[in-house]
Structures are given as C-alpha cells and as structure tokens.
Design a protein around this ligand. Structure first.
Ligand code: A3P
Length: 281
C-alpha cells in the first residue's frame, strides 16, 4: 500500500481509493435521503454486482442504480438530488460512516456477506488486475495486509461487526453469498418479502437465471457490441468483476499456516458474532 500512496488515502482511519474524494467523504453527512432509497451494502468483493443485478431484474430496470455512495467528488451529493426514485445505492461504507439522514429516514439496506477467506482472495485478484488500486506484493504479504485491515475499505471484521450491531433495527436484510450460490431462488424470495414485492415463482426463476454468474459474465462480454445487454454500472472495469464466482477458492491460496492463523483471529474477533457463526465455506 505504501508504495503507491497516491492511489489510496486514509479517511477516519480507513483506506479509500482516490475514486472517493476527501471532500465527498467529509460531507457525506449532508446527503439527503429519500424514504424509499435502498442501500446495497457490502465489504468489497462480497457479491455487490450480483445483488445489484438481482434488484435491477426484480424491478425490471425501473429503478435508478447509482455508483457507490462514497465514489466521486463533492458534486456527487448535488447530482444525486436530481436522480429519479427509486434510488438503489450501493455502498461499502461502515455503519458509523453512513449519512445520518439514511438512518433518520429508516431507509432499507440489504447487506451481503461472503466468507472472508474467499473475499480476501477475490480482493487480492482485484488488486492485481485493477489499475485504480496500488500494486501489491505477492499473496503472503497481501494476506498480512488483509488481516491488519490495511486494504481498501479497511477491516472485514470491523465492517461486519459494525453492521451486525444494527441487524435487529428492522431495516436490514442480511444475505449470505454462499446461500445464494446454493439456492438463489430462495434468497430472491427473501429479498421480495423484505421489499414487499409479490412475484410469481416463474418470475423468480427467471430473475435467478438472468442473474447467474455465466449470464452476467456473458452480458459483460456482449456489452461492447450490444447496448441492450448492459450489466450494472458500479465500476468502469466490469470485466474484472467476473473472475470465478465460486465458493472455496481460498483453498487454492491459503497455506495451512495462514489458514490456522486466520481461524485463530476469526475465533477471537468474531466470538460474539451470530452472523459469523452462520457463514459456511
Ligand atoms: P471472485 O473474484 O471470487 O470471482 P463485488 O461485486 O462485490 O465486487 O464481488 C465480486 C465477486 O463476486 C467476484 O468473485 C465475482 O466473480 C463474484 N460474482 C459476481 N457476480 C456473480 C454471480 N452472478 N454469481 C456468483 N458470484 C458472482
């Protein structure tokens, strides 16, 4: 991280890329929420694009999917005022950085969690392939950075724990990447209940099909040729997003020593976390 300080800057003790200006981060609390704003929340590389695609398909594209709340310049806050409702707003912000008005208006959030070992691996590849992120060392050095929370958006552990504290507020739906992989229609059904959408089983199966890894990956490939095949625009580097989309890729990266260390840290940091106990991999 320190070799390319220009691509990362610290705010509130958390590393952000230069896609998030300090002015914007400093002014986030002036963001004006609408009661029907829907937040898609995640630690990076947990399946944000997947979730966004599902929501877009559920609403038949009749919603406004924004870029992540924390990306951009100060003018972003003004620009968002002009967007039509319903605004679907992805974010990687920790709970305590979330603009006050979103909390005051009790806006709904869907929080997607992925097992941290696969998240770490996915982020590692993203660092390696993405010119907007600092060049990193080989896996062993990166592994230590991840464990210390010295990666973009900070510590996975803190992100989860901060959001989990609010899981009973009645405004947050928690989804698990691995459960979605296992039975996507069931997760989509949960989303529909949470959002008050009544949709037939046939439509759920169709949304599930349209949101599969292969379908999304193929659509990204087609995008260059066919503007009708667009996938959510959370990033300008969409091709980097669809790597493997698998559960358990961490086994190809973690040494047994790293695995033991990870399990020890996980056990001590996440001891009180009911959410962590539900993560399967
Ligand atoms: P991998 O790098 O392990 O392949 P995000 O959208 O938060 O940046 O997360 C990206 C990760 O989600 C990538 O993981 C990507 O492949 C995976 N992903 C994206 N769409 C998916 C889908 N439809 N099904 C399963 N995984 C998906």
């Amino acid at each position: 991280m320190s070799s390319h300080p220009n691509l990362i800057h610290m705010f509130n003790g958390i590393p952000f890329t230069t896609r998030s200006s300090t002015d914007l981060l400093r002014s986030l609390d002036t963001f004006q929420a609408r009661e029907d704003d829907l937040l898609l929340v995640s630690y990076p590389k947990s399946g944000t694009h997947w979730l966004a695609e599902i929501i877009k398909n559920l609403y038949d594209s009749k919603v406004t999917l924004t870029s992540p709340l924390e990306f951009g310049e100060l003018s972003k806050l003004e620009e968002m005022k002009n967007l039509p409702s319903r605004r679907i707003i992805p974010t990687h912000l920790s709970y305590n950085m979330l603009p006050h008005d979103l909390k005051a208006k009790k806006c709904k959030s869907i929080y997607i969690v992925r097992n941290p070992k696969d998240t770490a691996v996915s982020l590692y590849h993203y660092y390696r392939d993405n010119p907007n992120l600092p060049t990193i060392e080989a896996w062993p050095a990166y592994f230590n950075m991840f464990m210390q929370g010295e990666v973009v958006c900070g510590s996975w552990f803190d992100h989860i724990l901060g959001w989990e504290e609010h899981k009973n507020d009645g405004t947050i739906l928690i989804l698990y990447y691995e459960s979605m992989k296992k039975n996507l229609p069931k997760s989509i059904q949960k989303i529909c209940s949470f959002l008050g959408l009544s949709i037939s089983d046939q439509e759920i199966n169709e949304v599930s099909r349209m949101s599969s890894f292969n379908e999304m990956k193929n659509n990204v490939e087609k995008e260059n040729h066919d503007p009708n095949h667009t996938v959510c625009a959370l990033t300008s580097n969409r091709k980097l997003i669809f790597r493997k989309g698998a559960v358990g890729d961490w086994k190809n990266h973690f040494s047994s020593k790293q695995n033991r260390l990870f399990d020890e840290v996980y056990k001590s940091k996440m001891e009180s976390s009911a959410l962590a106990r539900r993560i399967r991999y």
